[in-house]
Design a protein. Structure first.
Length: 253
């Protein structure tokens, strides 16, 4: 289940994630934005501060980012944050990453406001993902870079999935990470999933396919048309999103 950090204050976020853990959800996912405005709320919690707090407050549920924008931090800081989250959670952290939006998109406003540049070219945004993966794996494996030692090394493998909206990024994710996450209502959902599976190296473990959908009662019913569609597509995990303020009654149901 994913919660909107812009609409759910910390005490309610804490209670919601504990309720999700008790209800048996696999992972609690949080956003990575800078300002509440872009997610229709009055404020926004910083992603990895929130991840650390939730990881320390829970014991069984996974804690994940959906998705951590690779432009929001220097790449080494993102790698260190993920390794630290994995240590705090005892191996329950999931790293979802995203290539970032175009500067002209509605999401670009928060970056422009504080002087964080976003690449206008899609190829450059995809390259940023590759650059992160290369650096992170070096740091996580060796704890060393350019003669400096002591970068945090996760004791448990960090699952990495990429939020994708296109076949090219899906193929990149399939070749270099554990899986993809794509909006369930995407008009090219099947095409994107097929592109990722086709690009998966034969020697790699099966691709993890996750989709996200805004909460509805239909999603609770395995026999519903929506759930049947995801089953037919071979979706491994469905992320149910509460974009409005977290609702404990719905979580428990």
């Amino acid at each position: 289940m994913q919660f909107n950090s812009a609409t759910t204050p910390w005490p309610e976020m804490y209670a919601a994630v504990l309720a999700a853990e008790e209800a048996g959800f696999g992972v609690a996912w949080v956003l990575d934005h800078l300002a509440g405005q872009v997610m229709h709320g009055p404020s926004m919690h910083e992603c990895f501060t929130l991840v650390g707090a939730l990881a320390a407050s829970t014991s069984t549920i996974g804690i994940g980012t959906l998705v951590a924008n690779v432009w929001n931090r220097p790449l080494a800081v993102l790698a260190n944050a993920a390794a630290t989250a994995q240590a705090i959670s005892g191996g329950r952290f999931w790293l979802g990453i995203g290539a970032g939006a175009a500067p002209t998109s509605p999401f670009g406003a928060e970056h422009a406001a504080v002087g964080i540049p976003l690449a206008p070219l899609l190829a450059d945004r995809h390259q940023r993902v590759l650059d992160f993966l290369e650096l992170a794996r070096t740091l996580w494996t060796t704890g060393e870079h350019n003669g400096v030692t002591g970068f945090p090394q996760p004791q448990h493998k960090i699952p990495i999935i990429v939020g994708v909206n296109s076949a090219p990024l899906a193929r990149l994710a399939a070749r270099h990470t554990d899986g993809i996450n794509v909006r369930a209502s995407h008009p090219r959902l099947e095409e994107i999933v097929d592109a990722a599976r086709d690009a998966r190296p034969a020697e790699a473990p099966p691709l993890l396919v996750t989709t996200w959908a805004v909460y509805s009662d239909e999603l609770l019913d395995p026999a519903s048309d929506e759930r049947q569609r995801y089953d037919k597509l071979g979706v491994d995990r469905l992320v149910v999103v509460q974009f409005e303020r977290a609702d404990l009654v719905k979580i428990r149901r």
